[in-house]
Write a protein that binds this ligand. Structure first.
Ligand SMILES: Cc1cc2nc3c(=O)[nH]c(=O)nc-3n(C[C@H](O)[C@H](O)[C@H](O)COP(=O)(O)O)c2cc1C
Length: 188
């Protein structure tokens, strides 16, 4: 795939077919993340690839957090929990991305940017391999129980998000972007 085609056609994919994601394709996409630009070469990205058991556990956390924060009757809460869990279980593969914390705020800002570059690399690489991906930062992804489940020490790493991978069932239309002339200005 041509580079500009990949950049322009890449979409956030939320609905996937049931077709499993081959491990080698997942690893190739993640491997592209390692090649992101990175000031000081701290290589701050870490990936936690979830298996079926941990995916079920994180789906349960998603349901728990939703129910803890919602106000509704018991029947509605039970349905909300079931829907939240089903949503996570519908993702063919889940990978958590974290950023190492070095204790220096300036470097940590750069490192977070580098991890975002890695995620973009991963999503574009996945797209080129025929896979869709969504970067999720939704309600439960940074809760203490999620850190515990993933075995991530919050003093050493921050969770940057969960990546959902699969073969696209629906490719949404692109959301409009402001024209370049609106977001760029040239100084004399
Ligand atoms: C840091 C970050 C967090 C995101 N978190 C979510 C999320 O929690 N849920 C979601 O549906 N999309 C999430 N997205 C994806 C955006 O919604 C998506 O990129 C945007 O709607 C534009 O669509 P496109 O990626 O198809 O061009 C996130 C994107 C970024 C960069």
């Amino acid at each position: 795939m041509n580079l500009f085609d990949a950049i322009h056609t890449r979409r956030t994919i939320k609905e996937f077919t049931a077709q499993p994601v081959p491990d080698d394709l997942l690893h190739r996409a993640l491997d592209a993340g390692r090649w992101a630009q990175n000031h000081r070469m701290s290589e701050p990205w870490r990936f936690v690839i979830l298996g079926p058991q941990s995916q079920r556990a994180i789906a349960a956390i998603s349901g728990d957090v939703l129910v803890q924060t919602a106000r509704a009757d018991a029947e509605t809460l039970a349905k909300m929990r079931a829907d939240a869990e089903a949503k996570i279980l519908s993702k063919p593969r889940v990978v958590a991305v974290t950023c190492c914390l070095c204790g220096d705020k300036e470097v940590e800002t750069e490192d977070y940017a580098a991890v975002a570059c890695a995620v973009q690399n991963i999503q574009l690489a996945a797209w080129g391999l025929g896979l869709g991906m969504q970067w999720s930062t939704s309600h439960f992804t940074t809760r203490p129980m999620t850190y515990e489940l993933l075995g991530v020490d919050p003093a050493r790493e921050m969770i940057v998000g969960l990546l959902y991978f699969g073969y696209p069932a629906v490719v949404p239309d692109p959301k409009p972007r402001k024209p370049l002339a609106e977001v760029a200005r040239t100084l004399p």
